[in-house]
Design a protein around this ligand. Structure first.
Ligand SMILES: Cc1cc2nc3c(=O)[nH]c(=O)nc-3n(C[C@H](O)[C@H](O)[C@H](O)COP(=O)(O)OP(=O)(O)OC[C@H]3O[C@@H](n4cnc5c(N)ncnc54)[C@H](O)[C@@H]3O)c2cc1C
Length: 497
């Protein structure tokens, strides 16, 4: 449907940003700074900003990355590097206020469909507004999708036999009930990823029994929640902007060095990780069973235990770990395949997300539905056959936000180029020399394979083998590649009409 079909009641902007999470707020900030002549609005389905940090409000919710790299390049982070969800919300709020972004954000505006008209060179969005879901239309020349990568309404909970028999409560951390009281209860947390590792220290000591039940172990590192270099620079009264940039570069490089080591010497790397855990738990703890994963280090995110809270809980007997398959639920808990029943009043399923491609919003181009799985992604952000649109998808291993700024600079550069050349339409195209290029899934499962991606990889756009059609997951490489993008390259097709 285009604007004419909708009548004239649509509100029009140059740019619509979908989502007011950390990506959408960054997009709004960078657009306002770099392209002040572009009118824009941020449409956000929830009643508040923050995205992930607004949705995930379970006990202890915090970042896994340091905020020097997960925070924005333009706003210094001055607190301990691993931040609580509340601290991140506070940081984002300051960015919204300082950047004068508040008037641009519309809360409770959920985009329900997106239609491109080549006749009008315009996107028309159907938007459900307010608590009563009144429908309205918004049109724009450029659509900036910052809606994240998972379904916000509901987390992923596998089905286990006999679940309905359980008499207690089953909760997913993504939809943590405000009234849930774990005091003196027996709680089983299923899963051992970053979420479980956050929940366990936050609940340890309050529950009667707290068990982390995992099918298979996760890699962990333990360290102080501090960056000594940042503290030293502060003692020298160095300007916070400088500290932010210096520490950001240092931590980015440290992470890349680690990734390289994990790839080149996986056995040694694994042994070092296990030695770190043994130092936490002592020689008598069965580290090989519970903390020695089957996968190669770095094919999934390595979970961080700031200040050792998780391992302290195990060491002090305030939590225990069971590594086993679930055979079935019982009335009073969980029956693992090989062990005794785990009694529980509360079962927390820290089992991850449902991947969502483009927020599950139906897209069409000139009336033809878009199947993103059939598109090819230019640097993982723009899609063949889909004009004037980008999707912000950050890094998996490094901080998400590092890639967000690269994409933002691309979009702002593109909008300026289109304005200068009078182009109304842009889309990436496979060039003749790309004809023989093999197409590959969004993620090479041998390189990185978290469950939520593996379950839905078939829905994701495809990538190629050339740098333009890949996501390297390496910030240093991409930083140079993005800076060298030539908007006149034949990989971009433009139309003036
Ligand atoms: C608990 C948790 C901890 C994490 N920790 C880290 C970490 O430490 N480091 C890291 O790099 N990554 C981390 N991640 C990954 C994290 O999701 C990303 O870092 C980042 O928050 C994604 O930001 P985003 O703005 O792109 O998407 P989101 O945070 O998902 O925000 C998207 C926003 O878009 C809105 N939206 C969606 N669909 C629509 C629609 N149709 N209409 C209007 N609005 C819509 C949503 O309501 C939401 O507010 C973590 C993820 C989780 C769940």
């Amino acid at each position: 449907m285009n604007e004419e079909q909708h009548g004239n009641n649509a509100e029009h902007f140059d740019v619509v940003i979908v989502g007011a999470g950390i990506s959408g707020i960054a997009a709004a900030h960078d657009l306002a700074q770099q392209c002040p002549d572009q009118s824009f609005v941020v449409l956000e389905a929830q009643e508040n900003f923050g995205g992930t940090w607004w949705v995930h409000r379970y006990p202890g919710a915090r970042s896994d990355s340091d905020l020097y790299t997960y925070g924005y390049r333009f706003k210094p982070w001055t607190r301990p590097p691993i931040a609580t969800g509340e601290e991140i919300q506070g940081y984002l709020w300051e960015v919204i206020q300082d950047g004068g972004l508040e008037p641009h954000i519309r809360y409770r505006h959920s985009v329900r469909s997106a239609s491109w008209s080549s006749a009008a060179n315009t996107w028309t969005l159907e938007v459900a507004r307010g608590t009563d879901n009144t429908t309205m239309r918004v049109t724009c020349k450029f659509l900036w999708m910052c809606q994240g990568y998972y379904k916000h309404g509901k987390g992923y909970t596998p089905r286990w036999p006999n679940m309905e028999a359980f008499k207690g409560r089953v909760v997913h951390p993504q939809t943590w009930p405000e009234d849930l009281d774990c005091t003196d209860k027996r709680v089983v947390v299923i899963g051992s990823g970053a979420t479980a590792a956050t929940l366990i220290p936050a609940m340890a000591g309050k529950c009667r029994e707290l068990t982390m039940l995992q099918r298979s172990p996760t890699y962990f590192t333990v360290g102080r929640n501090e960056v000594p270099l940042a503290d030293q620079l502060r003692e020298l009264n160095i300007d916070e902007n400088w500290i932010h940039e210096i520490v950001r570069r240092k931590l980015s490089r440290d992470r890349e060095t680690l990734t390289l080591r994990a790839r080149e010497k996986p056995e040694q790397f694994k042994q070092d990780l296990l030695d770190g855990i043994k130092a936490q738990l002592g020689e008598d703890f069965d580290v090989d069973t519970h903390f020695s994963p089957r996968y190669r280090p770095w094919t999934q995110r390595i979970a961080f235990d700031p200040d050792g809270g998780l391992f302290r809980a195990f060491r002090e007997g305030k939590a225990s770990v069971v590594t086993d398959e679930i055979e079935r639920f019982t009335k009073s808990g969980i029956q693992p395949v090989s062990g005794k029943t785990l009694e529980a009043e509360i079962i927390v399923t820290a089992t991850g997300f449902h991947l969502s491609v483009m927020g599950d919003i139906p897209f069409d181009v000139d009336g033809k539905p878009v199947d993103f799985a059939k598109t090819v992604a230019y640097r993982g952000m723009a899609f063949t056959g889909v004009p004037n649109m980008v999707w912000v998808f950050g890094y998996f291993r490094a901080s998400w936000t590092l890639r967000v700024h690269l994409i933002n600079d691309f979009v702002c550069g593109l909008l300026k180029h289109m304005k200068q050349t009078g182009a109304k339409r842009f889309e990436p195209v496979l060039r003749p020399e790309d004809d023989a290029m093999p197409l590959r899934p969004w993620m090479d499962s041998d390189d990185f394979n978290p469950g939520y991606l593996a379950r839905s990889l078939h829905l994701m756009p495809r990538l190629g083998t050339k740098p333009e059609w890949r996501i390297s997951q390496d910030y240093t490489i991409e930083k140079e590649e993005f800076a060298a993008i030539d908007f006149s390259d034949p990989v971009f097709a433009y139309a003036r009409e």
